[in-house]
Design a protein around this ligand. Structure first.
Ligand SMILES: *Cc1c(COP(=O)(O)O)cnc(C)c1O
Length: 378
């Protein structure tokens, strides 16, 4: 077995990266697909649900998949600086990969609406942080404008190399399951990731997608080893927070609001691509309230041992409802992407104050005894 050196090296022949170009990598990708053991049984129906835990990427979110390709390309093209607008995770990832490449990194973040862990990452990786008195959508507009004037490469998901990198998550799912799932559930903010997964699934199945055409470099089916070419593709389900749900309203949302800050976006950059995904996969969009999102984040942590971000938990919260209502068929295999790690934002999980006990065997024994008794009588 050879040392894993990241997804550019693993999937280079399917990416728009030269064969000789050195990858800017932190060994991202290759994340686990974990089967849920407890929750699906509680929802009725007989579905197999697996989560692709992208919180286990080097900076704690799936953004690293896109960033390794975007920054590798930016360096290959001779850029000295990258810039992005961010709800947090893009800036954390851009900052880390820019440093890895020896490049300058500028990030625009909305004041007061970025999780502390993500801000800390951008700081420790030495990014120049511009906290703006505006939201993500304002930041995105400014990034587009400044990149017209200054020699800075945009590494938001409007950079098509980001989607190219992110599509590799679909490759990994199919490799591991030896077939695509019946459904794939994702949180939707800018809708870059749902578009990227669809691109990946379509490439593996030898189908052309409008998303790939928009990117301009969809690969030919012949490039894939026959063993992984499959005709089937999943139905794609995208979930948005009720206060930031432009795909449900059918138009941009002026003042998006949700505690799931990673998807607090009113004007999605991949609007047309995501509608193409919905049509081509015969999927749908739906919304969840912040209460539903936080309840599922807590259940995943306390019952399955998986701590993801609020935005990530929406993929499972939405799926639960769609299984219970019968929209998702009995007996299906479903993959939900958990986009980011819960450690990014411990402040949302509620009261973090602890009780102290004396450092004596007696006090420890009392607590252990009470807890064990309570559990056996329950
Ligand atoms: C970026 C992000 C999303 C949203 O992804 P889009 O590609 O913008 O739809 C969801 N969850 C987390 C944790 C993210 O960082």
């Amino acid at each position: 077995m050879t040392h894993y050196t990241g997804l550019v090296d693993r999937y280079r022949e399917f990416l728009p990266i030269g064969l000789e170009t050195p990858a800017v990598s932190l060994c991202e990708g290759n994340t686990p697909l974990i089967e849920l053991k407890h929750l699906p049984a509680q929802w009725g129906g007989k579905c197999r649900v697996l989560v692709k835990f992208e919180g286990l990427n080097p900076t704690g979110s799936f953004k690293d998949r896109g960033m390794t390709v975007a920054v590798t390309r930016a360096r290959e093209e001779g850029s000295e600086a990258v810039i992005c607008a961010s709800t947090g995770n893009t800036s954390a990832s851009a900052a880390a990969y820019a440093k890895r490449a020896g490049m300058i990194c500028f990030v625009l973040i909305p004041e007061g609406n970025v999780a502390m862990g993500k801000v800390a990452q951008a700081i420790v990786h030495g990014a120049t942080i511009l906290q703006i008195k505006g939201n993500f959508d304002d930041g995105m507009r400014l990034v587009r404008e400044i990149a017209e004037e200054m020699p800075v490469a945009i590494v938001n998901s409007i950079n098509p190399y980001r989607l190219q990198g992110q599509k590799t998550a679909a490759f990994e799912v199919v490799d591991e399951l030896e077939a695509p799932p019946d459904y794939h559930c994702l949180p939707v903010g800018n809708a870059g990731n749902i578009s990227a997964y669809w691109l990946g699934y379509c490439e593996m199945a030898g189908h052309v997608t409008q998303v790939g055409e928009a990117c301009g470099f969809s690969r030919d089916q012949r490039l894939f080893p026959p063993a992984i070419v499959t005709q089937s593709r999943p139905v794609m389900l995208g979930y948005q927070a009720s206060g930031a749900a432009p795909f449900l309203r059918g138009e941009p949302v002026e003042n998006p609001e949700t505690k799931a800050t990673a998807i607090r976006i009113g004007n999605p950059q991949s609007w047309d691509a995501a509608w193409a995904v919905q049509r081509e996969s015969r999927g749908w969009f739906d919304e969840c309230t912040d209460e539903e999102i936080l309840a599922m984040q807590s259940q995943l942590a306390s019952q399955e041992g998986i701590f993801c971000e609020p935005a990530s938990a929406i993929s499972v919260a939405g799926l639960m409802r769609d299984i219970q209502s019968g929209k998702v068929k009995e007996g299906s295999t479903i993959v939900c992407t958990l986009t980011g790690h819960g450690l990014k934002d411990p402040s949302v999980v509620g009261d973090l104050t602890l009780q102290s006990v004396p450092a004596t065997l007696e006090s420890i024994r009392n607590v252990v005894e009470n807890k064990l008794n309570a559990d056996t009588t329950a």
